[in-house]
Design a protein around this ligand. Structure first.
Ligand code: TAP
Length: 504
């Protein structure tokens, strides 16, 4: 610690004490007092598929690039897996299930899963940098949240592997078989751990397809799977486009499928596998209400609002993207929020001081921009702090809209960006009605001093998780999942593990 603290000090400019006021430096953060992460992400120029315990080229011989959204530079090329590769991966997973993993006592499986957790911890810094470069999220988040939480999921589920009979006392608990998994780009490594860890703990074998925007930490995790000595075929990683994910989901070898991504693609998958008897979990989109009452500690609530919508640039399924604020304090909350947003640092994701990093891709940036245009056209009032866009990379300042009504697109659709739509309410009934007026039902937040309000809202809000006087709190022991068009099934905790088991 002493060494890094000293090193950090020497890299800071001598004029540090002469900092200008925050408003003046906003937008100049790339030039101002940068504190870049320097750990080597150990990236390879090319990554192959991971099938049957080996890294193999794709059958079609094609590759695609992964781009760093922070500076638009190419990071690596990845194998473009297709149907033949999915066939090979499913065959390997079936063999592994029939001959090794599916028959292995839980206490033995646990040792392998603990090893995955520990090896991931050993390489935590490298994974954090790689994730930040591939996704654009601030290094502070990958370092302090994504990677430690991913390791925690492996540790937690390793602990379950030899105790499965306690999941459902009186029933026989068995694995399901080969599981096909498809994950999104917003928490690439974390979503991978949410998928793989419970599947392995229950005795299943997996074929997983990461998002093509952010495939790197998945293939790096495959290196760890190899180093941990898991039997060949237990974990297979097939990188490639959405169509490869579609083929995997519908593959006859997959007894269960687990999808995290947009509601739109989730519906396509559900239609494609209807009637095939597959077990299914769907973790889909969200449009959460974050509700602030007049008796809430407002400074604390403002921090919760900021965390709720600007964490990971708002590219979070459970983001508190609709702020419902009690009319008597609405003006005060908006004023405090603006003051806070003026000092958020937007910029280089590898800078340890950055609060808001890059949007994952140009396409996503354009999609968010489309929502900003629609908000303005429909009559809401947009506000952004002063911001100078870096020459390269996909950046957007934190954005808030006031004067939003429930019919506006920005109040109804999942924007998946750093954009907050602010509505007001007068009574608790109105707050509940507005919060539930959405096709989604993943999460919600409540800020109030009154326990009775918290109890009432936690039962009346139709959301998989309701946070009270906090937001975005996660734990491997706690089940996470949605209602309505946010999906079904749970990930995490006993309930999440049960979704990977066959009970007889
Ligand atoms: P999607 O566009 O739905 O993509 C998710 C994954 O599905 C990617 O790997 C994608 O591959 C693949 N895919 C695309 N078309 C497919 C098809 N027809 N069949 C099978 N797979 C297909 O979502 P996204 O943009 O990556 O992620 C954002 C969405 O995920 C948001 O709606 C967010 O709310 C949701 N999400 C939900 C949760 C939970 S826990 N509910 C957590 C995180 C994210 P390509 O990348 O190659 O297109």
């Amino acid at each position: 610690m002493a060494t890094s603290a000293t090193a950090k000090k020497t890299t800071r400019p001598a004029t540090r004490s002469a900092r200008p006021a925050p408003e003046l430096i906003f937008g100049d953060l790339w030039e101002y007092d940068p504190s870049p992460e320097t750990a080597d992400p150990k990236l390879k120029a090319r990554y192959e598929l991971f099938i049957d315990g080996k890294f193999v080229p794709p059958a079609g011989g094609k590759y695609f690039d992964s781009i760093n959204p922070g500076n638009e530079q190419k990071l690596a090329e990845l194998a473009l897996g297709g149907a033949a590769d999915v066939d090979a991966a499913c065959a390997a997973a079936t063999r592994a299930f029939d001959t090794t993993w599916g028959r292995m006592p839980g206490r033995e499986r646990a040792k392998y899963i603990y090893r995955l957790a520990r090896l991931l911890q050993d390489r935590a810094r490298e994974f954090a940098v790689a994730e930040t470069m591939d996704n654009g999220k601030p290094i502070r988040e990958t370092r302090d949240f994504d990677v430690p939480m991913a390791a925690a999921h492996f540790f937690y589920h390793a602990g379950w592997a030899d105790k499965l009979e306690y999941l459902a006392p009186g029933r026989r608990v068995a694995p399901i078989g080969v599981v096909g998994q498809v994950i999104p780009w917003n928490f690439p490594l974390l979503m991978l751990s949410w998928k793989i860890a419970p599947a392995l703990a229950a005795g299943n074998c997996v074929v997983i397809k990461p998002a093509s925007n952010t495939p790197i930490t998945a293939v790096k995790l495959a290196e760890i799977v190899q180093d941990a000595g898991l039997p060949p075929g237990v974990v297979n990683v097939v990188t490639g486009p959405g169509s490869t994910g579609g083929y995997l989901m519908a593959h006859p070898a997959t007894a269960k499928i687990a999808f995290t991504g947009s509601t739109e693609v989730g519906k396509v998958i559900m239609r494609s596998v209807a009637g095939r008897g597959k077990r299914m979990t769907m973790e889909l989109g969200g449009k959460a209400a974050n509700i602030v009452f007049d008796d809430a500690p407002l400074d604390q609530a403002v921090e919760g609002i900021v965390n709720g919508i600007f964490f990971n640039q708002g590219q979070v399924c459970c983001a508190g993207s609709r702020l419902l604020v009690h009319e008597p304090v609405a003006e005060q909350v908006v004023a405090k929020l603006k003051t806070r947003l003026r000092v958020l640092r937007v910029g280089n994701p590898l800078d340890k001081n950055t609060d808001v990093g890059a949007i994952v891709s140009r396409d996503q940036l354009e999609s968010i921009q489309g929502y900003l245009d629609s908000g303005v056209q429909e009559g809401a009032e947009m506000w952004q702090p002063p911001f100078r866009r870096p020459a390269k990379g996909f950046y957007l300042p934190p954005t808030i809209f006031t004067g939003v009504t429930q019919s506006h697109r920005i109040a109804r659709e999942e924007i998946f960006g750093p954009v907050l739509s602010i509505l007001t309410f007068r009574t608790i009934e109105e707050a509940v009605e507005k919060a539930n007026n959405t096709a989604y039902g993943l999460s919600a937040g409540v800020w109030t001093d009154k326990g009775s309000r918290i109890l009432k809202l936690s039962t009346e809000l139709k959301a998989g998780v309701v946070w009270a006087n906090t937001f975005n709190k996660f734990d491997p022991t706690s089940p996470f999942g949605g209602y309505k068009e946010s999906g079904f099934g749970r990930e995490g905790g006993r309930q999440g593990l049960l979704d990977y088991c066959r009970l007889t």
